[in-house]
Design a protein. Structure first.
Length: 198
């Protein structure tokens, strides 16, 4: 009888062993959850950064198209290659198409320049999936600001920066895009120098 009671004692778990097992299991579950959470944040951030990089490059391309259009459309008249581009030292919103909102300093099929006001507007996606300025009813999380600085008579420096609202950061807290808060966590900058090629 003594032998049977000793076997039962060796086969069973004590309360302390169960508590230790539950503690180790909880630590493992929390670690896996934290890893998935970090991967989710990093994946979302990478996707936003990729979209912002393309939108930033598009800002430079729009300015390049306006510069080229100035030469092609104004050849022989009183136009100059920097027409409509000299007012953007403090920043402008640029778009490929006309927009129903804003004060235009340039318009047409080659690009649209709107003076940067307050903290700028959010880009929207149209029915074709392209980012542009529309009615500001369904904004995305992205803002684009293009600054143009003349470098003498034959060159201009163009800086296109796109910032976005981040839902979360591994470093903590959400970031809201606004004027002057373009930082490495929620901003992509592209820079180019355009020349008077004609």
């Amino acid at each position: 009888m003594n032998f049977t009671a000793q076997n039962k004692k060796e086969n069973g778990f004590t309360i302390i062993e169960i508590i230790i097992a539950i503690f180790i299991l909880c630590i493992g579950i929390i670690g896996v959850y934290s890893a998935f959470s970090a991967v989710s944040i990093l994946t979302s951030d990478s996707a936003d950064r990729l979209v912002a990089a393309y939108l930033s490059q598009e800002g430079i391309e729009i300015i390049r198209n306006i510069r080229d259009a100035n030469w092609l459309l104004c050849f022989g008249s009183l136009c100059y290659w920097t027409d409509h581009l000299t007012d953007c030292a403090a920043g402008c919103e640029v778009d490929y198409k006309n927009s129903p909102i804003g004060v235009y300093s340039s318009g047409g099929t080659h690009g649209l320049i709107i003076q940067w006001a307050n903290n700028g507007r959010y880009l929207e996606t149209d029915s074709d999936g392209f980012y542009r300025y529309l009615t500001n009813e369904n904004p995305t999380k992205f803002k684009r600001k293009v600054s143009i600085i003349l470098l003498g008579n034959y060159a201009m420096r163009v800086v296109s920066e796109v910032s976005w609202d981040k839902r979360a950061s591994i470093l903590g807290g959400a970031l809201k895009a606004g004027e002057g808060d373009c930082n490495p966590l929620n901003c992509v900058k592209t820079e180019d120098v355009l020349y008077d090629w004609f």
